[in-house]
Design a binder for this molecule. Structure first.
Ligand SMILES: Nc1nc2c(ncn2[C@@H]2O[C@H](COP(=O)(O)OP(=O)(O)OP(=O)(O)O)[C@@H](O)[C@H]2O)c(=O)[nH]1
Length: 329
């Protein structure tokens, strides 16, 4: 890419007149192609034309803006090199196949790809490629490529995708993410014959907390509990999720029961030590949690649901045995 970029200068980006410069009209002197190019040069879409080798023959001003270089500096270069590496080979292959067999249709897209701008940044675009009719090109194989900037949509999509995975109040994973994570880890645990531990955590007497201090403080308490659990997890592959109202779940891939027990005890202790003065409550306000822990290692449970059920049974026992307790099944 550096070779392609060496003449690129952001300051020199030409969005107008030089875009009219193009090899096709000069080289082929074809009126029909010139007419097409003249049209593309005034269009609001990003359009460029490449030959059978994928070499830029014409670049309209909007396309030049997308690449962030003057249009004429692109002419004669291979357009594939202005794509993120992962897409480059696909298009190289596509053009090679077409060159080896002209019968192979080369109409393609629209497809999401990433274009490399002169400053090294990527631009998300939707790209379509169409073979110009030979009646127009006079048997010269030429391809018209149209790009749409979809970077705003991609950014928004990523934001929404991230939000859809999280619990809105606490910012930890939501139930849907938990289920997906469990399915994935369950498979890995069976395939690799590794342990998988699962903890269910329920805040004790949380109704009393809400009744005493109100739901707004209750919400803040849930957020603090979520952060506390999160901070007790040993690695990024572990997951904390909001399981229900005042219940949280922890997935511990590759954690044996003794390891998971240590983590659960740490969670217990850290939650007992949460300081609610930060949310304007008296220093003596304390909460505790009850926990149920189950671990799959070997073939104890037939499904991930069975593992969750076992942790739930252990949690029920912790509650019935007086709360502020960890039960292991
Ligand atoms: N503030 C707040 N409270 C919630 C939320 N979700 C559930 N709750 C409350 O959590 C409380 C759960 O009450 P219970 O199921 O009786 O449980 P508990 O009082 O913790 O009692 P034990 O679990 O038996 O120790 C209820 O008061 C719910 O209103 C929430 O998002 N915010």
């Amino acid at each position: 890419m550096s070779n392609n970029n060496e003449n690129h200068s952001q300051q020199n980006v030409d969005t107008g007149v030089s875009a009219l410069m193009n090899r096709i009209s000069n080289t082929f002197n074809n009126e029909k192609i010139s007419a097409i190019i003249n049209v593309t040069n005034v269009m609001a879409d990003a359009i460029f034309i490449v030959n059978a080798q994928g070499v830029f023959e014409s670049v309209n001003p909007i396309a030049a803006k997308y690449f962030n270089v003057p249009a004429d500096s692109l002419i004669g270069k291979k357009w594939q090199y202005f794509l993120q590496e992962q897409y480059r080979d696909d298009y190289e292959y596509m053009f090679n196949s077409w060159n080896n067999n002209y019968q192979t249709p080369l109409n393609h897209g629209p497809k999401e790809v990433k274009v490399i701008k002169a400053n090294g940044n990527f631009l998300d675009v939707e790209l379509s490629i169409s073979c110009l009719p030979t009646a127009i090109t006079g048997n010269i194989p030429l391809f018209i490529c149209i790009m749409h900037d979809i970077s705003k949509h991609v950014k928004k999509y990523k934001e929404l995708e991230a939000l859809a995975k999280l619990d809105h109040l606490t910012g930890v994973a939501n139930r849907c993410t938990l289920e997906k994570t469990m399915i994935k880890n369950w498979q890995e645990c069976l395939t690799n014959k590794q342990p998988l531990s699962f903890i269910l955590i329920d805040i004790d007497f949380f109704k009393q907390f809400n009744d005493s201090f109100g739901h707004v403080k209750g919400d803040k308490c849930l957020q603090m509990v979520a952060r506390t659990i999160e901070n007790c997890l040993p690695s990024n592959e572990c997951l904390v999720a909001r399981y229900g109202g005042e219940e949280f779940a922890v997935v511990l891939p590759r954690a044996h029961i003794s390891n998971a027990e240590m983590i659960a005890k740490r969670i217990q202790e850290k939650i007992l030590n949460i300081n609610f003065r930060d949310i304007g409550l008296p220093a003596n306000v304390k909460i505790s949690v009850s926990q149920g822990l189950a671990c799959e290692y070997g073939v104890q449970y037939r499904t991930s649901e069975a593992l969750i059920c076992a942790a739930d049974t252990a949690l029920y026992r912790a509650k019935s045995e007086g709360r502020n307790k960890l039960c292991i099944i």
